[in-house]
Structure formats: structure tokens, C-alpha cells
Design a protein around this ligand. Structure first.
Ligand SMILES: Nc1nc2c(ncn2[C@@H]2O[C@H](COP(=O)(O)OP(=O)(O)OP(=O)(O)O)[C@@H](O)[C@H]2O)c(=O)[nH]1
Ligand SMILES: [Zn+2]
Ligand SMILES: [Zn+2]
Ligand SMILES: [Zn+2]
Ligand SMILES: [Zn+2]
Ligand SMILES: [Zn+2]
Ligand SMILES: [Zn+2]
Length: 344
């Protein structure tokens, strides 16, 4: 589900099983839940897809059927000079056929508001269990899974690690992770271009990560949409490989702004590609002055000491938080018991 359109692909699968139903945002901004696949009167399954020309019909969970359109009214574009057509102006900073920008803003607020509620639940769960959760984001192929495999190989003797893998299709990444011996759960998002907090919540129910462990969430390869979705993680880690060009932080600022750490990856390729490391760092700091940057290579292990150290520091902080929570609760229980004893 993208914040620009609000249409949910409805094809999310966790380990091959469909997630039941989803919420759907209509062009007028109302949000309601329904299933994308439901039996019609003749007992056959009805399917509907979004973006079928201008209109689509669908059956709601209560059995009623209705159709509605994706009209094209009230949209406009801002043109700057002769050579730029800019859809990023206006309150929504985006464009979707059939929606005005104010409708888009309302839809985005609805979707992100719901997502944030789920993310808050996940974050509480992580805090209560001392789980240090990282959300790995990047464009496709920057080296997330390779990095995870090498990271796990080094950490697994000392630290419990579990992985949630997000991809549109296939379970290949989860299988690559499982080959290291740690548990991994695959979420297939179908047409969805990012994970959301509800999907991760479902994954947690299945995966049950150990207390005081690290949870790595590999997001769908996409430098845009995952930036907007809090999964409840402690940090987003953005991976930029040197084959992608040093200008990416300026072109996709939301992602570099949302991240706490940037791994400048595949540095073993620097002799072979024209990539200006200093410029990349400068651009990244320009959009996010607080961004921490580590240069890594999964081929030769450069930078891994710093990266692993960063993880262990974060995990130690998360464990301490849990210990403090437990201590506060124990103290409170003692107080209540003393109170009851005094009354009894
Ligand atoms: N030279 C070099 N190649 C790397 C490095 N890390 C990953 N690769 C290669 O880059 C390609 C993509 O790596 P993946 O780990 O699959 O990338 P990913 O980000 O998980 O990809 P998606 O899940 O599809 O987004 C593979 O061919 C890896 O072998 C690295 O540090 N150096
Ligand atoms: Zn998207
Ligand atoms: Zn749509
Ligand atoms: Zn729908
Ligand atoms: Zn509907
Ligand atoms: Zn305007
Ligand atoms: Zn991957």
C-alpha cells in the first residue's frame, strides 16, 4: 500500500499464506476494511484489482457488492521553467490520478496513523523483551541479504538473531538466511513496495524472537516508500552501495533522513567504479547531519568491526532498558504487596 494512492494490493503473504482482508481507502477519503477475494453468489471466488482502467468493483466482507471509480478530476501539475514538470509541489508532494492533493493528504494521514499505532505496539513488544530491532532499507541489490548473512555468521555464537525478510515475490532471501542456521520468516508483499508495521506484527506472532536478541528486518528493495513506514524498529539502517552513485542521498532524501545509520557498502569495488566517497558522505550529511556512516564490504569484511560494534552497543542499550522496566515493575509489585499486607 502506497501513501500516494492508498490502494492496497491485498496480496501480502506470510510464508505463502494470504493475510486475510485489508483496509481500503476510497477516493473520497473514507477508510474501510474488506477482502479482495470473496465468494460470489455462484460460489466462485471474486477477485478485484486496483488500477483496472478507471474503475473497479468489489465485494465487501458483509457480502455487498459495489463498484467505484478512480476518476481523473481536479489534478494539476506545476511546471517550473521549460524543462521540469514537478508533481512534488502542493500539500501532498505527490500525484495520483483521480485524487486531489488534499484528498491524498487525508489518505496518507489515515494510512500512516494506522501504521503508527501498529508500530507503537511492535516497539512496546521490543522494549518489553529487550529485542534490538533494525529495519534495513535500500534500493534493490545494494547487498542487504549478503550483509545479513555475513553479520549473522559472526554474531550468532554470541547473540541470538532472528530475521524478517520482505520481498514482493519468492522466499529466496529467507532461505539464504536460514542456511546460516538462524530463524527467518519471509513476508511476500505482492504488489506492495514496502513492509508495514501490521505485517511485522503478524511476523512477530510467528517468529517469537528470543528475549535480549537482535531482530533484523530486511525491507523490500525500494529507496522511496519504506521511508514513510515505521515498523517499530530501534533504527532504520540505509545501505548505499558504491555502484549506485553518490547523488542518491540528494535524490531520495526522505530515506536518508529517516535512517540513523548509513552503510556505504561494496567498498571493495571502489577501484573499479567512479564513486566519490567524500561527496557521498557530504550529500548524506547535508540531508541528515546526525547520520552515522560506516564504510563496509561484505566481500572482504572491511568495516564489519565498526558495524558489529554499533549493533552490540544498541543491543546493550535495549537490554538495559528492559532490565529497568523489569526493576520498576518488581518494585511496584512489592509496593502493592506491602499495601495489601498492611490492609489484610
Ligand atoms: N563486490 C561486492 N558485491 C556485493 C557486496 N555485497 C553484496 N554484493 C553482491 O551484490 C548483489 C546483490 O546482493 P544482495 O545481498 O542480494 O542484495 P539485496 O540488497 O539483498 O537485494 P534485494 O533483496 O533484491 O533488494 C549480489 O550479487 C551480491 O553478491 C559487497 O560488499 N561487495
Ligand atoms: Zn510505493
Ligand atoms: Zn488506485
Ligand atoms: Zn480494494
Ligand atoms: Zn470499497
Ligand atoms: Zn497547485
Ligand atoms: Zn535481499
Amino acid at each position: 500500500m502506497c501513501t500516494t494512492c492508498g490502494c492496497s494490493a491485498g496480496e501480502t503473504r506470510i510464508e505463502g499464506q494470504a493475510m486475510d482482508g485489508h483496509s481500503h481507502v476510497h477516493a473520497d477519503g473514507t477508510v474501510h476494511d474488506h477482502r479482495h477475494e470473496a465468494p460470489a453468489a455462484d460460489g466462485k471466488m471474486q477477485y478485484h484489482a486496483h488500477h483496472d482502467e478507471n474503475a473497479h468493483g468489489h465485494r465487501h466482507a458483509d457480502g455487498t457488492w459495489h463498484s467505484h471509480d478512480h476518476g481523473h478530476e481536479g489534478e494539476h501539475v506545476h511546471e517550473h521553467g521549460e524543462d521540469v514538470i514537478d508533481y512534488g509541489q502542493g500539500p501532498a508532494h505527490a500525484h495520483a490520478p483521480g485524487l486531489t492533493q488534499s484528498q491524498m493528504v487525508r489518505i496518507e494521514q489515515d494510512i500512516l496513523g494506522k501504521n503508527n499505532a501498529y508500530a507503537g505496539r511492535n516497539r512496546n513488544y521490543f522494549d518489553e523483551h529487550g529485542i534490538f530491532a533494525l529495519n534495513l532499507v535500500s534500493s534493490p541489490g545494494s547487498g542487504k541479504t549478503t550483509l545479513l548473512v555475513r553479520t549473522i555468521e559472526t554474531l550468532k555464537s554470541r547473540i541470538q538473531v532472528a530475521v524478517v525478510e520482505g520481498d514482493q515475490q519468492t522466499s529466496q532471501d529467507a532461505e539464504r538466511i536460514r542456511s546460516t542456521g538462524v530463524r527467518a520468516l519471509q513476508i511476500n508483499t505482492g504488489k506492495g513496495c514496502h513492509l508495514d508495521a501490521n505485517m511485522v506484527g503478524h511476523a512477530l506472532e510467528r517468529l517469537h524472537p528470543e528475549d535480549d536478541s537482535v531482530l533484523m528486518i530486511e525491507n523490500v528493495g525500494n529507496l522511496v516508500c519504506p521511508a514513510a513506514y515505521d515498523l517499530g524498529e530501534a533504527h532504520k539502517v540505509v545501505i548505499l552501495s558504491v555502484t549506485e552513485g553518490e547523488d542518491k542521498p540528494l535524490k531520495y532524501p526522505d530515506m536518508f533522513r529517516a535512517a540513523s545509520l548509513m552503510l556505504l557498502n561494496k567498498t571493495d569495488l571502489l577501484p573499479y567504479v567512479p564513486f566519490n566517497v567524500q561527496l557521498a558522505i557530504e550529500y548524506a550529511k547535508q540531508v541528515n547531519p546526525g547520520l552515522h556512516i560506516i564504510q563496509t564490504s561484505s566481500t572482504n569484511g572491511d568495516g564489519y568491526e565498526a558495524w558489529l560494534g554499533w549493533i552490540e552497543t544498541g543491543l546493550a542499550r535495549q537490554r538495559k532498558k528492559r532490565a529497568q522496566t523489569v526493576a520498576v515493575l518488581q518494585k511496584r509489585i512489592q509496593e502493592l504487596e506491602a499495601h495489601l499486607a498492611a490492609r489484610g
